[in-house]
Design a binder for this molecule. Structure first.
Ligand code: UDP
Length: 326
């Protein structure tokens, strides 16, 4: 049985990756320090013989006994309000954490795939974003801790590939949504759905004319799966090119949920990218991948998930206490 280590396993994407690799017959070693992850996302896997969980922070030395075939590095805070609350941890997991996992991959001769992001393009001046665009990032802005950690992560990953011949893969993930997003993580999909379900007005930041392109989680997981088993070592965009303004997206959620709440406007956060849409030509050609699930279908599934949460979850707007983490 092939063994795979998945970091950030209790998070949104990590937990879906655990499910996928369990279903494909792998032995899954799940790792998470639970700063932003939630055990509820992987609870259903604990009874399985081919699943183990390590409560560990990957920015500290990572030890895995025995052989290891694959590593998926998905540990990181991933929402703008998290970067503000835990900036140092965000920098450490992308830099020190990636270094530790690349060292582990070198030692075990494992293939490693790292989760990069559309944030490496910053507030992009090229539209849609192709992989050869270098980006427009403010190093010292509020998002800089995430963006620069991820940019460093790509550099060190390529260096390990070139100098140590480690088998590496890099996915640049664009906005993704679906079941198991954290209701209070501040990102737009859980924010709007949570507001609609609680009967609050929907908060659009800025004039709402900024755009995003939302990919349903199942499509993203399929793209990552194909990339891991491809021979392609350079960064590759995975996302859904169907672009929408945030204002129109708020209207869509109002219709979908049937709420009679309105849209209210709040100030635009600093360095909030004005437009974002992946160019997925590379993924189409190399991975023979493209999204299959449109926004209306994906949002229906997502709404069903949020509706299934308890009242307590719905009203729990407080973040975890991060004060004991450094
Ligand atoms: N946004 C919003 N209202 C909210 C949360 C987010 O208008 O309650 C906007 C945010 O300013 C951004 C977009 O929605 O322009 C997507 O934000 P998100 O935090 O989901 O992800 P980002 O793509 O900015 O990392």
């Amino acid at each position: 049985m092939k063994k795979i280590l998945i970091t950030g396993a209790a998070g949104f994407l990590g937990s879906h990756l655990c499910d996928r690799f369990i279903n494909e017959g792998y032995h899954v070693i799940a790792m998470d320090n639970l700063i932003t992850g939630d055990m509820k996302n992987i609870e259903h896997l604990f009874a399985l013989k081919n699943f183990e969980f390590y409560h560990h922070d990957v920015s500290k030395f990572v030890h895995i006994p025995g052989n290891l075939d694959y590593i998926l590095h998905f540990a990181s805070p991933a929402s703008p309000i998290d970067y503000l609350k835990i900036p140092i941890q965000t920098l450490k997991v992308g830099s020190l954490g990636t270094h530790n996992l690349l060292g582990l991959a070198k030692e075990k001769k494992s293939r490693i795939l790292i989760a990069s992001t559309s944030e490496v393009y910053g507030d992009p001046l090229v539209h849609p974003q192709t992989e050869d665009y270098y980006g427009n990032v403010n190093t010292i802005g509020p998002r800089g801790v995430y963006d620069e950690a991820k940019r460093f992560q790509e550099s060190i990953t390529m260096a390990y590939h070139t100098y140590h011949k480690v088998e590496t893969r890099i996915v640049r993930i664009f906005n993704t949504y679906g079941p198991r997003m954290r209701l209070n993580d501040g990102r737009v999909v859980p924010a709007f759905i949570g507001q609609a379900l609680r009967g609050e007005d929907l908060t659009v930041f800025g004039d709402g004319l900024q755009t995003r392109s939302f990919c349903y989680v199942d499509d993203l997981i399929e793209g990552i799966y194909r990339l891991l088993f491809s021979e392609y070592v350079y960064p590759i965009n995975i996302g859904n090119p169907n672009e929408i303004t945030i204002k129109d997206f708020a209207e869509e959620i109002i219709k979908l949920t049937g709420t009679d709440q309105k849209v209210i406007y709040k100030p635009l956060p600093v360095n909030d990218p004005l437009q974002r849409q992946p160019d997925i030509t590379r993924a189409r050609e190399i991975l023979k991948w493209q999204p299959q699930i449109n926004r209306s279908e994906g949002m229906k599934q997502t709404l069903q998930y949020f509706r299934s949460l308890s009242e307590e979850d719905l009203y729990k707007s407080e973040h975890k206490d991060f004060s004991s983490f450094s």
